[in-house]
Design a protein around this ligand. Structure first.
Ligand SMILES: Nc1nc2c(c(=O)[nH]1)N[C@H]1C(S)=C(S)[C@@H](COP(=O)(O)O)O[C@H]1N2
Ligand SMILES: [Mo]
Length: 491
């Protein structure tokens, strides 16, 4: 176990010097995320929520420690079985690092270091592991403790070295002054007192979905965006180049395709950024380029329909800020994409570093390679936020509330019914713009007993939210959200 720890720690330290994502432990974890079958990933997210990554790392630590124990137990007669296991684990690390999309030529030094340290540490400790007397026993325990301490030091040094990329001070140094501020959110834009979310989501509460085991750490000063492919003028932009362009602030609701009906992954922010269509016009999109393929610093890829971005009034942007601050690191600092009307997986690239004009035929992004759709406009949807499932509420007058969304189309109407009865029109909140969610509330008169409430939205095109059930995969769930609850006389 100590040898395995030493191997991983040494690799982690070398990775901190050459490329933090080349740490064998993290590379194996990231590869595991990419290879995990969709139902398992879904289960992990449902069960552990935003702690899923911590759980994965802890699980890996347990497995690796277990392998260390097995390697020790099968090596009681001689060092070869354990050496072989150390070698195989080392090769697994090398393979995982080489398979990462972010691998740089020097990156392979990290897992190779792990491999060598793992094998050497195991052989050295093993050669002292059959003590004949007290002195030898002490020497064995001391060298084991020394290797363990060295591993601890290496991990700490690695973490400190990674932290030298001072993202927080880069972030703190930035002042964003949009030329055009988003209009004030009107009073009555939410029904938060009646159980809906607040209209604007505080940054720390904004939902987070991504495949990054460790958040990419990019300083604004070092950031570059390359715009290339089917364009007339290839461009390389710095963060300052971006801030010299007109900065606008827009209120936009972002939603994840992975939501089951009634799911939680939706939030709204005042995004500050620059116009993406203007930028692409400057680059000169060639005829036939129908997909904008974007890539993040950690190698995740995304494909967005060029037509959606370039449509008049699309409000698509390269965002640098949320709610007046530079983007939080976990939401894509320094620069991310936002395209109202599309689910995040086909539009909202965080830690954006590369944009290539291409075609849908020529390139499949990360999720398309795993069976998800290539075009995924947001589906008209609504959700009940009050009552909560199985809540006991007072019979008689009761106010139910929730949210509805059809980004870039707008919500026209929300209806609610109880126990399959007649649809009742809900009051909807003051509209902020068509790119945001809209809250609803309705007064009900409830007879005591078990009840079921359902809601459905109608969007600006007159389309009524369908009750046909569809799974999130490939391009978004459909169906009416329904909540079972109980009305009681004495709650
Ligand atoms: N680099 C990167 N960007 C990404 C993703 C990712 O995995 N990696 N996930 C996307 C998905 S699926 C969604 S729903 C949104 C979520 O953005 P948020 O975490 O800021 O809410 O980011 C998108 N951008
Ligand atoms: Mo998503």
């Amino acid at each position: 176990m100590v040898s395995v720890a030493a191997a991983l720690a040494a690799g982690h330290l070398v990775a901190a010097l050459v490329n933090p994502l080349a740490s064998p432990f993290l590379a194996v974890g990231n590869t595991a995320i990419d290879l995990t079958p969709h139902p398992v990933k879904d289960f992990a997210v449902r069960t552990f929520g935003e702690n899923d990554k911590v759980v994965l790392l802890a699980g890996m630590a347990v497995v690796v420690a277990g392998l260390g124990v097995v390697a020790g137990l099968v090596s009681r007669r001689g060092p070869w079985p354990g050496t072989l296991i150390a070698l195989l684990l080392g090769l697994l690390g090398v393979g995982a690092v080489l398979a990462r999309p972010t691998t740089t030529p020097l990156a392979v030094l990290a897992p190779v270091t792990s491999l060598v340290v793992g094998v050497v540490a195991f052989r050295r400790l093993h050669s002292r592991a059959a003590p004949q007397d007290m002195a030898e026993r002490r020497r064995f325990l001391l060298s084991t403790a020394a290797v363990a301490a060295g591993a601890g030091l290496a991990v700490t040094a690695g973490q400190l070295l990674t932290a030298r990329v001072d993202v927080e001070s880069s972030r703190r140094g930035i002042r964003l002054r949009p030329q055009e501020n988003a209009p004030e959110i009107p009073f009555g834009a939410d029904f938060s007192r009646e159980g809906t979310p607040a209209f604007l989501t505080p940054n720390q509460d904004f939902y987070r979905v991504d495949t990054a085991l460790t958040v990419p750490r990019l300083r604004a000063e070092d950031w570059r965006l390359r715009v290339h492919g089917m364009v007339d003028n290839e461009m390389v932009l710095t963060y300052d180049d971006l801030l010299r362009r007109p900065l606008v602030e827009r209120t936009i609701t972002l939603v994840c395709v992975s939501n089951e009906v009634g799911g939680p992954y939706i939030s709204t922010s005042n995004f500050i950024g620059v116009s993406l269509p203007d930028l692409l016009r400057e680059a000169g999109v060639r005829p036939g380029a129908d997909q904008l393929a974007t890539r993040s610093a950690d190698g995740w890829t995304c494909g967005t329909p060029v037509a959606t971005i370039m449509a008049p009034g699309s409000n698509a942007m390269l965002a640098v800020g949320m709610n007046g601050e530079p983007l939080p690191v976990e939401h894509g600092f320094p620069v991310r994409m936002v395209v109202p009307g599309l689910y995040g997986f086909v539009s909202a690239t965080k830690w954006l570093v590369d944009a290539e004009l291409t075609t849908f035929g020529a390139f499949d992004p990360y999720w398309a390679q795993r069976g998800w759709g290539k075009k995924a406009p947001v589906k008209t949807m609504s959700r009940v936020d009050r009552p909560k499932p199985f809540e006991k509420v007072r019979a008689g007058r009761f106010v139910a509330a929730g949210v509805a969304w059809a980004q870039h189309t707008g919500i026209d109407r929300v209806e609610v019914r109880v126990d399959g009865g007649p649809w009742q029109q809900a009051t909807i909140s003051t509209e902020v713009n068509v790119d945001t969610w809209r809250m609803w509330r309705v007064e009900l008169d409830l007879a005591p007993g078990g009840r079921t409430i359902e809601c459905r939205a109608t969007d600006r095109t007159g389309h009524v939210q369908t009750n046909d059930r569809a799974n999130p995969i490939p391009d978004g769930a459909t169906g009416w959200h329904s909540i079972a609850f109980t009305a009681v006389t004495n709650p």
